[in-house]
Design a protein around this ligand. Structure first.
Ligand code: ZN
Length: 496
Protein backbone atom coordinates (compact mmCIF):
# COMPACT_ATOMS: atom_id res chain seq x y z
CA UNK A 1 0.00 0.00 0.00
CA UNK A 2 1.36 3.45 -0.83
CA UNK A 3 1.95 5.99 1.92
CA UNK A 4 -0.91 8.28 0.93
CA UNK A 5 -3.42 5.42 1.12
CA UNK A 6 -1.96 4.31 4.46
CA UNK A 7 -2.18 7.88 5.74
CA UNK A 8 -5.78 8.23 4.58
CA UNK A 9 -6.71 4.95 6.26
CA UNK A 10 -5.06 6.11 9.47
CA UNK A 11 -6.95 9.43 9.40
CA UNK A 12 -10.11 7.46 8.58
CA UNK A 13 -9.66 5.33 11.71
CA UNK A 14 -9.15 8.44 13.82
CA UNK A 15 -12.28 9.94 12.30
CA UNK A 16 -14.34 6.86 13.23
CA UNK A 17 -13.21 7.02 16.84
CA UNK A 18 -13.88 10.77 16.95
CA UNK A 19 -17.32 10.16 15.48
CA UNK A 20 -18.14 7.55 18.14
CA UNK A 21 -16.93 9.97 20.85
CA UNK A 22 -19.12 12.76 19.47
CA UNK A 23 -22.16 10.52 19.47
CA UNK A 24 -21.45 9.39 23.04
CA UNK A 25 -21.01 13.02 24.11
CA UNK A 26 -24.26 14.05 22.43
CA UNK A 27 -26.13 11.16 24.04
CA UNK A 28 -24.63 11.99 27.44
CA UNK A 29 -26.09 15.50 27.31
CA UNK A 30 -29.46 14.55 25.84
CA UNK A 31 -30.64 11.01 26.59
CA UNK A 32 -28.28 9.21 28.97
CA UNK A 33 -29.81 8.35 32.36
CA UNK A 34 -28.03 9.76 35.43
CA UNK A 35 -26.89 6.31 36.53
CA UNK A 36 -25.17 5.73 33.20
CA UNK A 37 -22.35 8.14 33.96
CA UNK A 38 -19.84 5.61 35.36
CA UNK A 39 -20.11 3.23 32.40
CA UNK A 40 -20.05 6.12 29.97
CA UNK A 41 -16.88 7.65 31.37
CA UNK A 42 -15.11 4.29 31.10
CA UNK A 43 -16.14 3.96 27.46
CA UNK A 44 -15.22 7.51 26.51
CA UNK A 45 -11.97 7.23 28.47
CA UNK A 46 -11.02 4.11 26.50
CA UNK A 47 -11.95 5.54 23.11
CA UNK A 48 -10.21 8.86 23.84
CA UNK A 49 -7.04 6.99 24.73
CA UNK A 50 -7.20 4.98 21.50
CA UNK A 51 -7.73 8.16 19.49
CA UNK A 52 -4.84 9.91 21.22
CA UNK A 53 -2.53 6.94 20.60
CA UNK A 54 -3.35 7.03 16.88
CA UNK A 55 -2.65 10.77 16.81
CA UNK A 56 0.80 10.56 18.43
CA UNK A 57 1.81 7.20 16.89
CA UNK A 58 5.21 6.71 15.26
CA UNK A 59 3.37 5.27 12.30
CA UNK A 60 1.52 8.54 11.66
CA UNK A 61 4.80 10.41 12.20
CA UNK A 62 6.42 8.34 9.41
CA UNK A 63 3.54 8.92 6.99
CA UNK A 64 3.66 12.64 7.68
CA UNK A 65 7.44 12.82 7.20
CA UNK A 66 7.17 11.12 3.81
CA UNK A 67 4.12 13.01 2.62
CA UNK A 68 5.58 16.37 3.57
CA UNK A 69 8.13 15.75 0.79
CA UNK A 70 5.70 14.19 -1.69
CA UNK A 71 4.56 15.71 -4.98
CA UNK A 72 1.24 15.43 -6.74
CA UNK A 73 -0.99 15.79 -3.68
CA UNK A 74 -4.32 17.60 -3.89
CA UNK A 75 -4.77 20.94 -2.15
CA UNK A 76 -6.93 19.28 0.51
CA UNK A 77 -4.39 16.53 1.07
CA UNK A 78 -1.63 19.08 1.58
CA UNK A 79 -3.85 21.02 4.01
CA UNK A 80 -4.56 17.79 5.88
CA UNK A 81 -0.87 17.05 6.24
CA UNK A 82 -0.26 20.56 7.58
CA UNK A 83 -3.12 20.45 10.07
CA UNK A 84 -2.81 16.87 11.23
CA UNK A 85 0.97 17.26 11.27
CA UNK A 86 0.78 20.27 13.56
CA UNK A 87 -1.59 18.46 15.88
CA UNK A 88 0.64 15.39 15.91
CA UNK A 89 3.77 17.43 16.70
CA UNK A 90 2.11 19.45 19.45
CA UNK A 91 0.71 16.42 21.21
CA UNK A 92 3.94 14.48 20.95
CA UNK A 93 5.74 17.36 22.59
CA UNK A 94 3.89 16.74 25.87
CA UNK A 95 5.06 13.81 28.02
CA UNK A 96 2.18 11.26 28.17
CA UNK A 97 2.28 11.13 31.98
CA UNK A 98 1.74 14.90 32.12
CA UNK A 99 -1.34 14.58 29.91
CA UNK A 100 -2.76 11.90 32.18
CA UNK A 101 -1.98 13.92 35.32
CA UNK A 102 -3.62 17.00 33.81
CA UNK A 103 -6.72 15.09 32.82
CA UNK A 104 -7.19 13.81 36.39
CA UNK A 105 -6.66 17.33 37.78
CA UNK A 106 -9.14 18.58 35.20
CA UNK A 107 -12.00 16.35 36.33
CA UNK A 108 -11.30 17.31 39.97
CA UNK A 109 -11.22 20.98 39.03
CA UNK A 110 -14.53 20.69 37.23
CA UNK A 111 -16.20 19.05 40.21
CA UNK A 112 -14.69 21.71 42.51
CA UNK A 113 -15.88 24.48 40.17
CA UNK A 114 -19.48 23.21 40.24
CA UNK A 115 -19.45 23.13 44.07
CA UNK A 116 -17.66 26.49 44.41
CA UNK A 117 -20.12 28.10 42.05
CA UNK A 118 -23.08 26.78 44.00
CA UNK A 119 -21.59 27.91 47.31
CA UNK A 120 -20.25 31.23 45.94
CA UNK A 121 -16.85 30.18 47.31
CA UNK A 122 -13.93 31.21 45.11
CA UNK A 123 -11.42 30.22 47.81
CA UNK A 124 -12.51 26.58 47.47
CA UNK A 125 -11.85 26.65 43.72
CA UNK A 126 -8.61 28.62 43.95
CA UNK A 127 -6.14 25.71 44.51
CA UNK A 128 -7.68 23.83 41.58
CA UNK A 129 -7.46 26.84 39.33
CA UNK A 130 -3.84 27.38 40.36
CA UNK A 131 -3.14 23.82 39.31
CA UNK A 132 -4.86 24.27 35.95
CA UNK A 133 -2.89 27.47 35.32
CA UNK A 134 0.29 25.57 36.23
CA UNK A 135 -0.49 22.90 33.63
CA UNK A 136 -1.34 25.50 31.02
CA UNK A 137 2.05 27.17 31.59
CA UNK A 138 3.88 23.85 31.37
CA UNK A 139 2.01 22.91 28.19
CA UNK A 140 2.89 26.29 26.68
CA UNK A 141 6.59 25.64 27.37
CA UNK A 142 6.39 22.23 25.70
CA UNK A 143 4.47 23.54 22.69
CA UNK A 144 6.89 26.43 22.33
CA UNK A 145 6.28 30.07 21.38
CA UNK A 146 8.17 33.10 20.19
CA UNK A 147 6.83 35.98 22.24
CA UNK A 148 4.26 35.11 24.83
CA UNK A 149 3.33 31.78 26.44
CA UNK A 150 -0.33 32.54 25.69
CA UNK A 151 0.46 32.34 21.96
CA UNK A 152 1.21 28.64 22.33
CA UNK A 153 -2.30 28.02 23.68
CA UNK A 154 -4.14 30.30 21.26
CA UNK A 155 -2.79 28.14 18.47
CA UNK A 156 -5.14 25.30 19.46
CA UNK A 157 -8.24 27.43 19.00
CA UNK A 158 -7.18 30.11 16.52
CA UNK A 159 -4.18 29.08 14.41
CA UNK A 160 -1.86 32.00 13.71
CA UNK A 161 -3.35 34.26 16.40
CA UNK A 162 -1.01 35.78 19.00
CA UNK A 163 -1.26 37.94 22.07
CA UNK A 164 0.27 40.85 20.18
CA UNK A 165 -2.22 40.55 17.29
CA UNK A 166 -5.12 40.29 19.70
CA UNK A 167 -4.04 43.44 21.50
CA UNK A 168 -3.82 45.25 18.17
CA UNK A 169 -7.39 44.15 17.38
CA UNK A 170 -8.76 44.91 20.83
CA UNK A 171 -7.26 48.38 21.42
CA UNK A 172 -9.16 50.27 18.69
CA UNK A 173 -12.27 48.19 19.34
CA UNK A 174 -12.28 49.19 22.99
CA UNK A 175 -11.54 52.82 22.14
CA UNK A 176 -14.67 52.93 19.93
CA UNK A 177 -17.06 50.70 21.85
CA UNK A 178 -16.63 51.94 25.42
CA UNK A 179 -17.73 55.53 24.60
CA UNK A 180 -20.43 54.24 22.24
CA UNK A 181 -21.98 52.19 25.04
CA UNK A 182 -21.91 55.25 27.33
CA UNK A 183 -23.66 57.32 24.65
CA UNK A 184 -26.34 54.67 24.19
CA UNK A 185 -26.94 54.58 27.91
CA UNK A 186 -26.91 58.32 28.46
CA UNK A 187 -28.54 59.70 25.30
CA UNK A 188 -30.33 56.74 23.74
CA UNK A 189 -33.98 55.77 23.89
CA UNK A 190 -34.22 52.07 24.79
CA UNK A 191 -36.73 50.03 22.78
CA UNK A 192 -40.00 48.97 24.36
CA UNK A 193 -39.77 45.23 25.08
CA UNK A 194 -43.32 44.76 26.38
CA UNK A 195 -44.35 43.26 23.03
CA UNK A 196 -42.38 40.15 24.08
CA UNK A 197 -44.03 39.77 27.49
CA UNK A 198 -45.97 36.60 28.19
CA UNK A 199 -45.60 32.88 28.72
CA UNK A 200 -44.93 30.69 25.74
CA UNK A 201 -45.72 27.00 25.64
CA UNK A 202 -42.54 24.91 25.41
CA UNK A 203 -43.97 22.46 22.88
CA UNK A 204 -44.95 25.33 20.56
CA UNK A 205 -41.44 26.78 20.95
CA UNK A 206 -39.98 23.39 20.03
CA UNK A 207 -42.05 23.36 16.84
CA UNK A 208 -41.05 26.94 16.14
CA UNK A 209 -37.36 26.01 16.49
CA UNK A 210 -37.81 23.33 13.84
CA UNK A 211 -39.47 25.87 11.58
CA UNK A 212 -36.67 28.39 12.11
CA UNK A 213 -34.07 25.74 11.29
CA UNK A 214 -35.92 24.67 8.14
CA UNK A 215 -36.07 28.32 7.12
CA UNK A 216 -32.32 28.79 7.26
CA UNK A 217 -31.98 25.56 5.25
CA UNK A 218 -30.69 23.28 7.99
CA UNK A 219 -31.06 19.74 6.61
CA UNK A 220 -33.13 17.59 8.98
CA UNK A 221 -32.32 14.51 6.88
CA UNK A 222 -28.72 15.03 7.96
CA UNK A 223 -29.32 15.95 11.58
CA UNK A 224 -31.91 16.37 14.29
CA UNK A 225 -33.05 18.55 17.16
CA UNK A 226 -33.00 17.35 20.79
CA UNK A 227 -33.71 18.94 24.17
CA UNK A 228 -30.82 19.89 26.45
CA UNK A 229 -29.91 22.17 29.38
CA UNK A 230 -27.30 24.20 27.45
CA UNK A 231 -27.68 24.29 23.66
CA UNK A 232 -24.85 23.00 21.47
CA UNK A 233 -24.19 21.41 18.08
CA UNK A 234 -22.41 18.09 17.55
CA UNK A 235 -20.93 16.80 14.35
CA UNK A 236 -21.06 13.01 14.23
CA UNK A 237 -19.79 13.05 10.65
CA UNK A 238 -20.91 13.84 7.11
CA UNK A 239 -24.68 13.42 6.98
CA UNK A 240 -25.13 13.66 10.74
CA UNK A 241 -24.84 17.09 12.36
CA UNK A 242 -27.12 17.44 15.39
CA UNK A 243 -28.53 20.43 17.19
CA UNK A 244 -29.92 20.81 20.70
CA UNK A 245 -32.05 23.53 22.24
CA UNK A 246 -33.90 24.47 25.41
CA UNK A 247 -37.24 26.25 25.92
CA UNK A 248 -37.82 28.81 28.67
CA UNK A 249 -41.51 29.62 28.95
CA UNK A 250 -41.01 33.30 29.78
CA UNK A 251 -38.20 33.96 27.28
CA UNK A 252 -39.46 33.20 23.82
CA UNK A 253 -36.52 34.69 21.95
CA UNK A 254 -33.97 32.66 23.87
CA UNK A 255 -34.90 29.47 21.98
CA UNK A 256 -35.32 31.32 18.67
CA UNK A 257 -31.82 32.81 18.82
CA UNK A 258 -30.29 29.57 20.10
CA UNK A 259 -31.85 27.73 17.16
CA UNK A 260 -30.39 30.30 14.76
CA UNK A 261 -26.99 30.21 16.50
CA UNK A 262 -26.67 26.43 16.58
CA UNK A 263 -28.17 26.31 13.08
CA UNK A 264 -25.29 28.51 11.90
CA UNK A 265 -22.73 26.11 13.38
CA UNK A 266 -24.55 23.15 11.85
CA UNK A 267 -24.80 24.70 8.37
CA UNK A 268 -21.02 25.04 8.38
CA UNK A 269 -20.56 21.33 9.05
CA UNK A 270 -23.39 20.26 6.76
CA UNK A 271 -21.73 22.28 4.01
CA UNK A 272 -18.42 20.41 4.12
CA UNK A 273 -17.84 17.76 1.45
CA UNK A 274 -17.01 14.17 2.50
CA UNK A 275 -13.42 14.59 1.34
CA UNK A 276 -12.93 17.32 3.95
CA UNK A 277 -14.02 14.93 6.70
CA UNK A 278 -12.05 12.03 5.22
CA UNK A 279 -8.89 14.10 5.58
CA UNK A 280 -9.50 15.19 9.16
CA UNK A 281 -10.47 18.75 8.21
CA UNK A 282 -14.07 18.69 9.45
CA UNK A 283 -13.47 20.92 12.47
CA UNK A 284 -13.58 24.14 10.45
CA UNK A 285 -10.90 26.78 9.91
CA UNK A 286 -10.82 27.72 13.61
CA UNK A 287 -13.09 28.16 16.61
CA UNK A 288 -13.43 31.82 15.69
CA UNK A 289 -14.50 31.07 12.11
CA UNK A 290 -16.95 28.46 13.40
CA UNK A 291 -18.35 31.04 15.77
CA UNK A 292 -18.61 33.57 12.93
CA UNK A 293 -20.99 31.23 11.13
CA UNK A 294 -23.26 30.91 14.14
CA UNK A 295 -23.10 34.60 15.04
CA UNK A 296 -23.89 35.68 11.52
CA UNK A 297 -27.06 33.59 11.35
CA UNK A 298 -28.03 34.62 14.89
CA UNK A 299 -27.16 38.33 14.72
CA UNK A 300 -26.53 39.77 11.26
CA UNK A 301 -29.53 37.78 10.00
CA UNK A 302 -31.71 36.86 13.00
CA UNK A 303 -31.51 40.27 14.67
CA UNK A 304 -32.09 42.22 11.45
CA UNK A 305 -35.15 44.12 10.26
CA UNK A 306 -35.47 42.15 6.97
CA UNK A 307 -35.59 38.93 9.00
CA UNK A 308 -38.28 40.26 11.36
CA UNK A 309 -40.32 41.56 8.42
CA UNK A 310 -40.57 37.99 7.23
CA UNK A 311 -40.65 36.36 10.64
CA UNK A 312 -43.42 38.34 12.38
CA UNK A 313 -46.30 36.49 10.60
CA UNK A 314 -44.46 33.17 11.09
CA UNK A 315 -44.30 33.88 14.81
CA UNK A 316 -48.01 34.72 14.69
CA UNK A 317 -48.78 31.21 13.40
CA UNK A 318 -47.25 29.72 16.53
CA UNK A 319 -48.29 32.40 19.02
CA UNK A 320 -51.43 34.29 17.88
CA UNK A 321 -50.64 37.37 20.01
CA UNK A 322 -47.99 38.30 17.40
CA UNK A 323 -50.42 38.25 14.47
CA UNK A 324 -51.01 41.97 14.84
CA UNK A 325 -47.55 42.95 16.13
CA UNK A 326 -45.39 45.25 14.03
CA UNK A 327 -42.18 43.80 12.61
CA UNK A 328 -40.19 46.90 13.53
CA UNK A 329 -41.36 46.74 17.16
CA UNK A 330 -40.29 43.10 17.40
CA UNK A 331 -36.98 43.95 15.73
CA UNK A 332 -36.32 46.74 18.24
CA UNK A 333 -37.35 44.60 21.20
CA UNK A 334 -34.95 41.88 20.03
CA UNK A 335 -32.10 44.38 20.10
CA UNK A 336 -31.95 45.76 23.60
CA UNK A 337 -28.51 46.73 24.89
CA UNK A 338 -28.07 46.11 28.58
CA UNK A 339 -24.74 45.52 30.33
CA UNK A 340 -25.10 42.13 31.98
CA UNK A 341 -23.05 40.36 34.60
CA UNK A 342 -23.03 37.12 32.67
CA UNK A 343 -21.28 36.65 29.33
CA UNK A 344 -23.80 34.24 27.81
CA UNK A 345 -26.60 36.76 28.35
CA UNK A 346 -24.71 39.65 26.75
CA UNK A 347 -26.02 41.61 23.75
CA UNK A 348 -24.07 42.43 20.59
CA UNK A 349 -22.68 45.75 21.83
CA UNK A 350 -21.41 44.54 25.20
CA UNK A 351 -20.44 40.93 24.42
CA UNK A 352 -16.87 41.66 23.41
CA UNK A 353 -16.13 43.44 26.70
CA UNK A 354 -16.68 40.14 28.50
CA UNK A 355 -14.01 38.62 26.28
CA UNK A 356 -11.55 41.50 26.60
CA UNK A 357 -11.48 41.15 30.36
CA UNK A 358 -11.03 37.37 30.18
CA UNK A 359 -8.21 37.80 27.68
CA UNK A 360 -6.36 40.29 29.93
CA UNK A 361 -6.67 37.89 32.85
CA UNK A 362 -5.63 34.80 30.91
CA UNK A 363 -2.59 36.48 29.37
CA UNK A 364 -1.55 37.72 32.83
CA UNK A 365 -2.00 34.27 34.38
CA UNK A 366 0.15 32.73 31.67
CA UNK A 367 3.03 35.20 31.90
CA UNK A 368 2.86 35.28 35.69
CA UNK A 369 1.91 38.96 36.04
CA UNK A 370 -1.44 38.01 37.62
CA UNK A 371 -2.00 35.71 40.62
CA UNK A 372 -5.05 33.47 40.84
CA UNK A 373 -5.72 34.86 44.32
CA UNK A 374 -6.37 38.32 42.86
CA UNK A 375 -8.90 37.20 40.26
CA UNK A 376 -12.14 38.17 42.02
CA UNK A 377 -10.88 41.72 42.55
CA UNK A 378 -9.42 42.05 39.04
CA UNK A 379 -12.59 40.63 37.55
CA UNK A 380 -14.86 43.06 39.34
CA UNK A 381 -12.61 46.02 38.55
CA UNK A 382 -12.68 45.15 34.85
CA UNK A 383 -16.46 44.71 34.86
CA UNK A 384 -16.79 48.18 36.32
CA UNK A 385 -14.35 49.65 33.81
CA UNK A 386 -15.91 48.09 30.72
CA UNK A 387 -19.55 47.63 31.57
CA UNK A 388 -20.21 49.83 34.56
CA UNK A 389 -21.65 46.93 36.54
CA UNK A 390 -20.10 44.99 39.43
CA UNK A 391 -21.11 41.41 40.25
CA UNK A 392 -22.66 41.10 43.73
CA UNK A 393 -20.95 37.71 44.16
CA UNK A 394 -18.32 35.50 42.51
CA UNK A 395 -20.92 33.03 41.23
CA UNK A 396 -22.12 35.73 38.85
CA UNK A 397 -18.57 36.98 38.46
CA UNK A 398 -15.31 35.12 38.14
CA UNK A 399 -16.90 31.69 38.68
CA UNK A 400 -19.47 31.92 35.87
CA UNK A 401 -17.68 30.02 33.08
CA UNK A 402 -16.68 26.37 32.92
CA UNK A 403 -13.63 26.93 30.64
CA UNK A 404 -10.85 27.51 33.18
CA UNK A 405 -11.84 24.47 35.23
CA UNK A 406 -11.28 22.44 32.06
CA UNK A 407 -7.92 24.04 31.41
CA UNK A 408 -9.22 25.83 28.31
CA UNK A 409 -6.99 28.90 28.35
CA UNK A 410 -6.98 30.68 24.99
CA UNK A 411 -10.52 29.64 24.09
CA UNK A 412 -12.43 32.83 25.02
CA UNK A 413 -10.98 35.09 22.30
CA UNK A 414 -12.66 32.82 19.70
CA UNK A 415 -16.05 34.19 20.73
CA UNK A 416 -14.99 37.78 20.12
CA UNK A 417 -13.15 36.90 16.92
CA UNK A 418 -16.33 35.16 15.74
CA UNK A 419 -18.24 38.43 16.13
CA UNK A 420 -15.57 40.32 14.23
CA UNK A 421 -15.17 37.78 11.42
CA UNK A 422 -18.96 37.68 11.03
CA UNK A 423 -19.24 41.48 10.68
CA UNK A 424 -16.35 41.62 8.22
CA UNK A 425 -17.65 38.76 6.08
CA UNK A 426 -21.13 40.19 6.16
CA UNK A 427 -20.01 43.53 4.80
CA UNK A 428 -18.46 41.63 1.88
CA UNK A 429 -21.66 39.60 1.36
CA UNK A 430 -23.63 42.84 1.21
CA UNK A 431 -21.40 44.09 -1.59
CA UNK A 432 -21.41 40.83 -3.52
CA UNK A 433 -25.10 39.97 -3.03
CA UNK A 434 -26.89 43.35 -3.28
CA UNK A 435 -30.32 41.66 -3.23
CA UNK A 436 -29.66 39.99 0.13
CA UNK A 437 -32.08 42.08 2.22
CA UNK A 438 -34.82 41.63 -0.36
CA UNK A 439 -34.44 37.85 -0.34
CA UNK A 440 -34.34 37.64 3.49
CA UNK A 441 -37.53 39.75 3.63
CA UNK A 442 -39.28 37.03 1.61
CA UNK A 443 -37.82 34.18 3.66
CA UNK A 444 -35.40 33.08 0.93
CA UNK A 445 -32.10 32.15 2.58
CA UNK A 446 -30.68 30.40 -0.46
CA UNK A 447 -28.52 33.31 -1.78
CA UNK A 448 -26.91 33.71 1.65
CA UNK A 449 -26.32 30.00 2.04
CA UNK A 450 -24.92 29.66 -1.48
CA UNK A 451 -22.37 32.39 -0.69
CA UNK A 452 -21.37 30.82 2.63
CA UNK A 453 -21.11 27.35 1.08
CA UNK A 454 -18.85 28.58 -1.69
CA UNK A 455 -16.64 30.92 0.33
CA UNK A 456 -16.48 29.31 3.75
CA UNK A 457 -18.17 25.96 4.35
CA UNK A 458 -16.79 23.77 1.61
CA UNK A 459 -13.18 24.45 2.60
CA UNK A 460 -13.47 23.04 6.12
CA UNK A 461 -10.12 23.46 7.82
CA UNK A 462 -8.19 23.66 4.54
CA UNK A 463 -7.32 27.35 5.10
CA UNK A 464 -6.06 29.01 8.24
CA UNK A 465 -8.43 31.70 9.54
CA UNK A 466 -6.39 34.76 8.51
CA UNK A 467 -5.78 33.38 5.05
CA UNK A 468 -9.48 32.57 4.64
CA UNK A 469 -10.51 36.03 5.81
CA UNK A 470 -8.10 37.69 3.43
CA UNK A 471 -9.21 35.53 0.55
CA UNK A 472 -12.89 36.24 1.16
CA UNK A 473 -12.86 39.90 2.20
CA UNK A 474 -9.64 41.17 0.62
CA UNK A 475 -7.88 42.01 3.87
CA UNK A 476 -6.98 40.66 7.29
CA UNK A 477 -9.30 40.79 10.25
CA UNK A 478 -10.13 44.36 11.25
CA UNK A 479 -12.58 45.27 14.00
CA UNK A 480 -13.72 48.41 12.17
CA UNK A 481 -16.39 46.42 10.30
CA UNK A 482 -17.89 45.33 13.58
CA UNK A 483 -17.75 48.87 14.98
CA UNK A 484 -19.52 50.24 11.91
CA UNK A 485 -22.13 47.48 12.10
CA UNK A 486 -23.04 48.04 15.77
CA UNK A 487 -22.83 51.84 15.76
CA UNK A 488 -25.07 52.18 12.68
CA UNK A 489 -27.56 49.57 13.83
CA UNK A 490 -27.85 50.52 17.48
CA UNK A 491 -27.46 54.24 16.83
CA UNK A 492 -30.67 53.97 14.77
CA UNK A 493 -32.55 51.71 17.18
CA UNK A 494 -31.65 53.96 20.13
CA UNK A 495 -32.29 57.14 18.06
CA UNK A 496 -28.93 58.73 18.82
ZN1 ZN B 1 -21.36 29.05 19.19
Amino acid sequence: MDTLTAYRNHIGDMGKLASALSLLGWDQQTHMPAKGVATRSQVTGKLSKMLFELLVSDELGRYLAELRKADGLSELERASIRRVGKNHDRNRAIPPELIEEQSIAQSQAQTAWIAARQANDFAAFRPHLEKMVGYARRFAEYYGYEEHPYDALLEDFEPGMTCRKLKAIIEPLRADLVPFLRRLQENGTPPDTSVLNGTFDAEAQRRLSRRVLELVRYDFDAGGLADVAHPFTTTIGPGDVRITNRYLETQLLSSVFSALHEGGHALYNQGMPEEVYALGLGGGASNGIHESQSRMIENQIGRSLPFWTFFQPVLGEFFPQFKTAKAKDLYAAANVVSPSLVRVEADEVTYNFHIMLRFEIEAGLLDGSIDVADLPRLWNDAMERYLGVVPPNDTQGVLQDVHWSMGYFGYFPSYMLGNLYAAQMFSTIREEVPTLDASIRTGDFEPLLAWLREKVHRHGAACEPQELTKRITGHELDGKHFVRYVTEKYGAIYRL
